[in-house]
Design a protein around this ligand. Structure first.
Ligand code: F6P
Length: 362
């Protein structure tokens, strides 16, 4: 058997650890592995990279992906620009031909929900697909946790720690906008870990008045600064705040971002203290994976090869109650995971006195 490996969608820390684990595991079983460059685009263009234990030496701690990735190359709606003119075509036929010509019976597809949806469609056309769940957003329901998430939380927590000292010195409200798309996991975990005063997540509606209540409560207690952590997917007055529509991106219709600045202006416009906004952005996706993500990514890489050997096509490896197993891709994609507003994490935050920006009743 010859195994293909590709990384799709946005990158995240730990992708290289999965690639390394899969290549080492396969080599131990006498199986050849081939890297596919830049996500599904590499399969359409026949852009391959032979992968053996030598090629994956030293990549465990490296962020990003040695294969390259893309969140703009959906083979069923593939974009080409010829002479400045853009057109889209279904190139899945070419992709299947190239995979067959390269002798790739099965492909390990490392990606988030967008990549898995494409993988599932290709599996429906007969290509052997084994999925590996990645995303800093941690929004895949079929797995306890995705790799990359813990590293993003560490980075965000460090940012909150740094904001604390400057917030206190200047008696300011410091806002930190974090990624996560429609799920508030990064904001919630980092907010608790960093001791935020207000955490705003898409799952719990808030108002600026609610934020200010907490800010004033703290001021009354002699704490003349506050840290507000806001997830990029929070709605403001019922609307998502986006930098732009995501032209050419078949994964996300909107490029989210900007809620922090909206809140900064509103807090000051409503008579609140001086406020500043920081957008942590892609720093959350960069850099070396933390140990937890390296271990999880390694477990997923080994398990993906085991699943391929066992003929578990159209499945995704996952962490289920702490144990590695596999789930049917279709089932894995049934729904996205979001924060449970009635769950223990939110209750913990409330127990700590953290506000979710809701106004006190009455
Ligand atoms: O899904 C991962 C993620 O980092 C989201 O948290 C964020 O909204 C999006 O990707 C950003 O995508 P891009 O790299 O295309 O700006």
């Amino acid at each position: 058997m010859k195994l293909g490996i590709l990384t799709g969608g946005g990158d995240c820390p730990g992708l290289n650890a999965v690639i390394r684990a899969a290549v080492k595991m396969a080599a131990g079983q006498g199986i050849e592995t081939v890297g596919i460059r830049d996500g599904f685009k590499g399969l359409i263009e026949g852009n391959f990279l032979p992968l053996g234990p030598r090629e994956v030496q030293g990549i465990l701690p490296k962020g990003g992906t040695i294969l390259g990735t893309s969140n703009r190359d959906n083979p069923f709606h593939f974009r080409r620009v010829v002479g400045g003119v853009e057109s889209h075509r279904d190139e899945s036929g070419v992709l299947l031909q190239n995979a067959a010509a390269a002798g790739l019976e099965r492909i390990i597809v490392i990606g988030g929900d967008g990549t898995m949806h494409i993988g599932d469609k290709l599996a429906g056309l007969g290509l052997g697909i084994v999925g590996v769940p990645k995303t800093i957003d941690n929004d895949l329901a079929a797995t306890d946790v995705t790799f990359g998430f813990q590293t993003a939380v560490e980075t965000a927590t460090e940012a909150i720690d740094r904001l604390h000292t400057t917030a206190e010195s200047h008696h300011r409200v410091m806002i930190l906008e974090l990624m996560g798309r429609d799920a508030g996991f990064i904001a919630l975990y980092a907010g608790i870990a960093g001791g935020a005063d207000v955490i705003l997540i898409p799952e719990i509606p808030f108002t600026v008045e609610g934020i200010l209540e907490k800010v004033y409560e703290r001021a009354k207690a002699g704490r003349h600064f506050s840290i507000v952590v806001v997830a990029e997917g929070c709605l403001y007055e019922g609307q998502a705040v986006a930098r732009e529509t995501n032209e050419g991106n078949d994964y996300n219709a909107l490029r989210l971002g900007g809620i922090g600045e909206v809140l900064r202006r509103e807090i000051m416009a409503k008579g609140g203290p001086e406020a500043r906004n920081t957008v942590l952005g892609h720093l959350q996706r960069g850099g070396s994976p933390v140990a937890f993500d390296r271990v999880l990514a390694s477990r997923y890489g080994v398990a993906a090869v085991e699943a391929a050997l066992a003929g578990k096509d159209r499945h995704m490896v996952c962490l289920c109650n702490g144990e590695i197993s596999v789930v049917e891709l279709e089932k894995a994609l049934e729904r996205l995971k979001t924060v449970d507003p009635g769950g223990n994490l939110v209750a913990t935050a409330r127990g700590l006195g953290i506000s979710f920006g809701e106004e006190a009743a009455g």
